[in-house]
Write a protein that binds this ligand. Sequence first.
Ligand code: MN
Length: 729
Amino acid sequence: MAAYTTDDEQIIGKQFSELLASCNKICKNESDWEMINKAFFLAKEAHKGVRRRSGEPYILHPIAVAKIVVSEEGLGVKSTCAALLHDVVEDTSYTVEDIENLFGPQVASMVDGLTKVAAALNEDVSAQAETFRKILLTLSDDIRVIIIKIADRLHNMRTLGSMPRHKQIKITSETMYLFAPLAYRLGLYAIKTELEDLSLKYMYPEEYAAIEAKMAATAAERNEFINRFISPIREKLSQAGIDFTISGRVKTVYSIWSKMQRKKIPFEEIYDLFAIRIIFKPNNYAPEKAQCWHIYSLLTDIYTPKPDRIRDWVSFPKANGYEALHATFMRPDGIWAEVQIRSERMDEIAERGFAAHWKYKQNHDDEDEFDKWLKDVRNALNHPTGNAADFLENVKMTLYMTEMVIFTPRGEARKFPVGATALDFAYDIHTNVGNTAIGAKINHKIESIYTKLNSGDQVQILTAETAHPNIEWLDHVATMKAKQAIITYLKRVRQNNIERGISIFENRMREFGITPSARLFRKLLPAYDCKNKDEFYSKLGSEIINLNDIDTILRQNSKNKILKFWTFEFAGNKPKDVVVRHSHDVDNLGGPKFVAAECCNPIPGDNITGYRDPRSGDIIVHKTDCQELITLAAQKGENLVGNIKWSTYKAESYLSEIKIRGIDRIGILQDLAQVITVELDINIRELHIQSHDGIFEGKISLYVPDTESLYSLISRVNTIKGIDKVERV
Ligand code: MN
């Protein structure tokens, strides 16, 4: 591998010293500097001879990512090292253990996380949602991994021009779908804005260029206008002794483009192409919040404010930590202009997001909005319900949500996404409050729990011990937390119901002497309008359906389709001699009904014993050696009816089943059919054959007059070449 050329060394040296310059504020001692140098030299050595698609040495990429991590995201020394090393394990022969030995466990685990994220993104899977789920999983380990990954993505977007078109599209769509929303959620506004802007540039290059050109054409005029708007403000605030900076921020191409899309208007009809931002150094005499409002009131002396357009993110910071006071004023040309008022601290949080937020956080044990969100995401990741796509939709929903503030009866403010209902509020208070909610007092008026809330509402939840969630609730909640809680509850209830259903069903079937079989369910499920056994059991357990009609259902089916039941008839009133006929041939003469047991399916010639169904009074006829009957005899011996026997009256035929097994040879099926239907003249009702690895196994349902015919059939079939085993089921 070629070492670095002199030119390479020069440009690498220059970029690295720039990185070092920005590390001045994070390196506290010699060992911090040493660590960053060590990471740089290891990465440089590991990536040597490798070039990016643009032709520049690969090492320039990790240096650039580290620089973003320090100066645009405000992370510390360990994160900077992880950024320098982020592609080392993925792309070179170094392992995570190597990193751990040299840099300690924290850097190593970040590099490990970054390697996993890279691997997830490289997988050529169609399920993008699953990929993103894997990426979000790193959130549960160390949030810095995602922040460094965002820096990596930002640098890749900045240098996307040298990539082939299909790569540009893949990377851009991932950026729009996940990384920009995540950057927003982590409070990295500047990065989120840049990611969106770059995405647009590669997605719709022509539209992007057109807007850019129009912006350039109107720039001079706009700058002059901004200066004219600003200068009286500058004067007023200076007079008041405020230490501040003021600037006009021109909107990005992306935000203009999305407004044109949203409102379906041309560029020329967009007036708010800029916003004014005032950043002040707070004095020691009043809280920052009061100083924000003081500046606002000074502005109202100059321009007319629009009172309904005040956004007070100072009293109620956004869930991503954003704080500022936004107000709208009338411009001299009669158009409204937005002014953002922030302290220096608020500004740093707004630009750097998460890291700055932590830096200023007084008490790290305090749980704020950001921590709550993170906890919700982690919770959802740890208890996956539904599929990955649903999950991602839920998380994404919380990434970009606009918030509103809702008050508890005691005046405590809680934040919710727009669209949240009283039910969301109930679950936010406590899962138990949500699970037992029956209504809500919204601004002292009783309303349904489905009612959508408006910012500023005061809500009190009404509960009842007996209330509980149902599946419809899922359509009336907007927060991840509420959804999660309802699904968890429903799952638990369903499981309980299934268990209860199974036991109800099995008890009932035992009384009938029937062993539940696949065939039985094929008959029962349509009759009870259930798609599968789980649904059947769950409905049974929750008393949506009952088994009151089950004997009718079973008999109706058997009358129409198969000969499964017989009617036995007493000669006289004493159980002495039994006449057997098909059910459709006979009127019941008032005696008990005889029913052939499903489990052992007796036919004339079999040794039989009866069991009196205590509920219906029917007598279930089992083969005497039937296992099911033996169980019943042990439990409820008093219901046994011993003295029954087959009548001499012979019905035409009885359904029976045989199991066969043999070697799968060509023509065996024809031979089988030939012997049974032609030679023995027996009707086959169903034939199931499965063949695997040269062996075939099958079941044949057929109509036989009695056991004698059945056993002679079995022995005849046994003689067919290739048949190995034949037995009665
Ligand atoms: Mn990278």
